[in-house]
Design a protein around this ligand. Structure first.
Ligand code: ADP
Length: 279
């Protein structure tokens, strides 16, 4: 934050002067450093599949020109690398769009259970391919939450997709909806969505950093599974906008539970038609 200089009598040119406290300069440097790191990471993530693509194009133009078998194999690798870049660019765009309107609270109402049904249906095939049972349980009459439908679907989708990716084969990914008074996360009445897997779990030291952009416990594994390293950062920013919360519980060797808390929507007492979280 930049503060305008206040005392204009003792400093004639003060109107155009700004003073930054040491604390603010440190914060500014840190945010510049984070931006620079982010650009460096994003460029690196894009350069790797690009180099692979260029390498295969050269091979196809030269040594493998008349080898039909090699051509098919190379084309499928090239397709995978191009898909990876598409996913990455898609996630980068999502992240920057979310950041743009992060300060504007959403004013719609969303049926979280309905949204989860859609997300689960869209992941059935992926789960079946790893012989994973995907279940949804919700009590009747879950109230709507305050939110943006597409963004909340993205939160659920990122968590369900991670659970399917990181759980062990032939296990269960259980999505459980409940309504809480919010005391667990120090807030009002909330809808809680817990996504529990039976994967390898995450060591405690990693937990605080998981929602940082490009932070991965095992980068090679994440890439091999098609991850971009941005899924949980996207979740965090969407939840910030929704005044929601994320908790992560994990036991190494047993599995992880990611729980999202979202404020329950109630009609405002006024007549402006806006929906606000219950105090
Ligand atoms: P990625 O695209 O790498 O999955 P995310 O931002 O979604 O990126 O997640 C960041 C990292 O958190 C992952 O690389 C993985 O190490 C860890 N992670 C996320 N979800 C799980 C999970 N359900 N079980 C174990 N590790 C997880």
């Amino acid at each position: 934050r930049v503060k305008p200089f206040q005392n204009s009598r003792s400093a004639p040119a003060a109107a155009r002067m700004v003073i930054l406290t040491l604390h603010e300069i440190t914060a500014l440097r840190r945010s510049e450093q984070m931006r620079a790191d982010f650009v460096a990471n994003a460029s690196h993530e894009l350069r790797t599949p690009l180099s692979t693509l260029l390498g295969f194009i050269e091979t196809l133009r030269g040594p493998a020109r008349d080898d039909a078998d090699a051509r098919d194999r190379f084309l499928s690798i090239m397709h995978e690398q191009a898909s990876r870049m598409t996913r990455l660019v898609g996630d980068l765009l999502s992240l920057s769009r979310i950041e743009l309107d992060e300060h504007m609270p959403p004013d719609g109402r969303v049926d979280a259970v309905d949204s989860l049904r859609g997300v689960i249906a869209a992941h059935e095939l992926k789960a079946a391919a790893r012989r994973i049972r995907l279940t949804l349980s919700a009590p009747p009459g879950v109230p709507p939450v305050v939110g943006d439908e597409d963004q909340l679907a993205q939160v659920f989708q990122n968590l369900v997709s991670n659970a399917i990716k990181y759980t062990r084969e032939q296990t269960e990914v259980a999505v459980t909806v409940s309504v809480t008074d919010g005391t667990a996360v120090g807030a009002g009445r909330m809808v809680a969505v817990a996504v529990a897997d039976q994967g390898e779990g995450i060591a405690r030291t990693h937990l605080p950093r998981l929602t940082e952009r490009f932070y991965r416990v095992d980068a090679a594994r994440s890439r091999a599974l098609g991850g971009t390293g941005l899924g949980l950062a996207i979740v965090k920013h969407i939840l910030n906008r929704h005044r929601g919360r994320l908790t992560i519980e994990s036991k190494v060797g047993e599995g992880s539970t990611f729980t999202v808390y979202l404020p329950v929507a109630v009609e405002a007492a006024g007549t402006d038609g806006q929906v606000r979280p219950q105090p």
